[in-house]
Design a protein around this ligand. Structure first.
Ligand code: ASP
Length: 341
């Protein structure tokens, strides 16, 4: 049987960083050193090839142009490899995994994001386990086809659906969670795959890579005391086309008339407003309380149980599809990559 071949794509992040001896700050180093530091990679039962960003970045500097770069690397190498492991900083990893999940339509191979909290050279590093297990999971096959066929994220013994994951801790090795969707796999003594939770793409379709995202968007998190001046300023931003409104609980907001008026005016001008909850888990249910009935009436779209990361990247993705308002709402409220329940 042919050994699976995996392409490791190094974008940057702590996983490939070293301490600068002069300043003490962490900075990226040459990717080739990464493989030298993990000789265990040679023991894996797969063929590994590597490719690196010319200038690896801290993931806080990620933006859509890098997502397009990653998508193009996958597109160019799609037929040559059985799976892809993307080394990425953890800070924005869930945004990137969500964005790529929308950009790679009809993906039938694993694309696994991973990184680490401690640099690979650190004695207590979590990088080795994350990297080795990600490659192992990407190599898993059944009847010569990959078991994982979606964009996912592996960190600290767990594989999550990428667009369901969120970074919850800046310090713990268990830095990610997926509160509204079960884990896709867990690594213990055995690698346990949660088959029922895996995304099942239509295998008759070919990979289609979408490379345009619309950044005329904003995320607005409500807080008690938010002023009309601030809200007006945001909604009068030139070219604004979509807003993710992070509301309270099951999708509730103040019922003050000035607030509803600002939202209504924006919707009438053609701005899409998506209601998602600022709670880490659970779902928006517009109309459940009096405080959200009006939102439904004026035309807010429900993001139900989507993460902020999935909500904003889905907005960027769908805005460039030139959909009618009706199709946009329908498309947004429908699961396209397993991002919404
Ligand atoms: N600041 C780093 C980054 O996101 C943190 C990490 O790699 O985990 O690139």
């Amino acid at each position: 049987m042919k050994k699976p071949s995996i392409l490791l794509i190094y974008t940057g992040g702590t996983i490939g960083m070293i301490k600068d001896s002069d300043t003490g700050a962490l900075r990226s180093f040459d990717f080739n050193n990464l493989l030298v530091r993990i000789p265990e990679l040679n023991l894996l039962d797969c063929i590994i090839d590597t490719i690196s960003f010319d200038e690896p970045i801290d993931s806080s500097n990620i933006d859509p142009k890098y997502w397009i770069q990653i998508a193009e690397i996958i597109e160019d190498n799609y037929s040559k490899f059985d799976g892809f492991v993307i080394l990425h900083g953890s800070d924005t990893m869930s945004y990137s995994a969500s964005a790529l999940s929308f950009m790679l339509e009809d993906l039938a191979k694993p694309v696994i994001f991973t990184g680490s909290q401690l640099p690979i050279g650190d004695l207590r590093t979590d990088a080795k386990e994350n990297l080795i297990t990600s490659i192992q999971i990407a190599s898993l096959q059944e009847r010569n086809t990959p078991i994982i066929k979606e964009v996912s994220l592996y960190f600290e013994y767990k594989l999550y659906r990428g667009n369901r994951s969120t970074k919850i801790n800046a310090e713990h090795f268990e830095a990610f969670a997926s509160l509204n969707y079960p884990e896709l796999a867990e690594s213990g003594v055995h690698l346990k795959i949660n088959k029922g939770a895996l995304f099942k793409p239509n295998l008759k379709k070919k990979l289609k890579v979408h490379k345009s995202l619309n950044t005329n968007v904003a995320i607005v998190k409500l807080f008690p005391g938010i002023s009309s001046q601030v809200l007006k300023a945001i909604f009068s931003a030139p070219n604004l086309q979509g807003v993710i409104l992070e509301t309270y609980g099951a999708g509730n907001t103040t019922t003050s008339s000035w607030f509803i008026e600002i939202l209504k005016e924006a919707i009438d001008k053609g701005v899409y407003i998506i209601n998602i909850t600022q709670c880490s888990g659970g779902s928006v249910s517009m109309g459940q309380y009096e405080t959200s009935i009006e939102l439904k009436k004026i035309g807010l779209i429900t993001g139900r149980d989507m993460t902020s990361e999935a909500a904003i990247t889905k907005l960027m993705y769908l805005l460039n599809k030139n959909l009618s308002p009706k199709s946009f709402k329908l498309g947004y409220e429908t699961a396209i990559r397993g991002e919404i329940s």
